[in-house]
Ligand binder design. Sequence first.
Ligand code: SF4
Length: 358
Amino acid sequence: MSLAETIPHKLQSRIDHIIDNVTPNPWLSEQQKQDYIGKIKVLLKQKNAVLIAHYYVDDELQALAEQTGGYVSDSLDMANFGAKHPAETLVVCGVRFMGETAKILSPEKTVIMPTLEAECSLDLGCPVDEFSQFCDQYPDHEVVVYANTSVEVKARADWIVTSSNAVQIIQHLMAQGKKIIWGPDRHLGQYINNKTGANMILWQGHCVVHDEFKLYELEQLMKKYPDAEVLVHPESPESVIAQADFVGSTKQIIAAGKASKADTLIIATDYGLFYKMSQTVPDKRLIPAPTGGKSATCKSCAHCPWMAMNTLVNLYETLRDTKNVVEVDEQTRQKALVPLNRMLDFSYQQGILTAGDA
Ligand code: SF4
């Protein structure tokens, strides 16, 4: 068995253990929420800080970022926004690799997060030592990694990509005749292989949220809503992607929902995205793609357990004490910056990112 087939199995029990031990969030009354929101707004100003939230964190954190001049987006845009914003402190509501990416691009700024324990199964499932060993077996291959990786894995890569630009970057490398190693998400890697014919060697990681979308239950739902359009994130299984009217990143799903003429949209990604989608398409019926049902039980149930660890309470405490500071080794940061800048330059050249994104 190859490393790519064996390592993730070994890591799966660690991922499961971490998910099973995620601390439940404290319940807050409406009054308590408003109190925290008021205090956070004051602290953001006092500390010259800006709130940058991912689409998958809870609605109230996304709303707070919007109300305070911050930003809600995907991981690439979040880091890019942070780098261009004048605030001295970036408060990243998301998971650890997002804080690290912000720090890679903004070393002079203080980057803090509501919790440093918010992980990502793709990051956890791709430790740098094992991944490096895997890459060393194919010295003539370009190493392309997804943004959902540690700073150390990024430093080992030739290219970093996100789900917004992965297909274009792989096509760009194919045009140069490059052979490619892809990590860590096996579903996204397979989707790109199918779409481009790249025949990349795939690391076998997975996202615990998207991996749970189920074909049988999706087909039942599509029968119930025959006019619905199905929008799918490419971290989902191949069988689910095969049902999609549209496949794309979070940001692209929002745009596709806006462009769609359908009244009903079935969406296969974390339901945190529904906050933004309901702003963009308020008249459409939004239905989460199924993760449970007769053929399955879900663990994440379409909401990332680590994104859910970001709360008003730990956001307030983090800002108050300027704690949970993201630190990145400078030498590793310099190495990771090379493929990250390569991706940003490519994305600007191709119009995937524009100055208006930041
Ligand atoms: S939703 Fe999936 S890919 Fe995103 S942070 Fe959670 S585990 Fe990672």
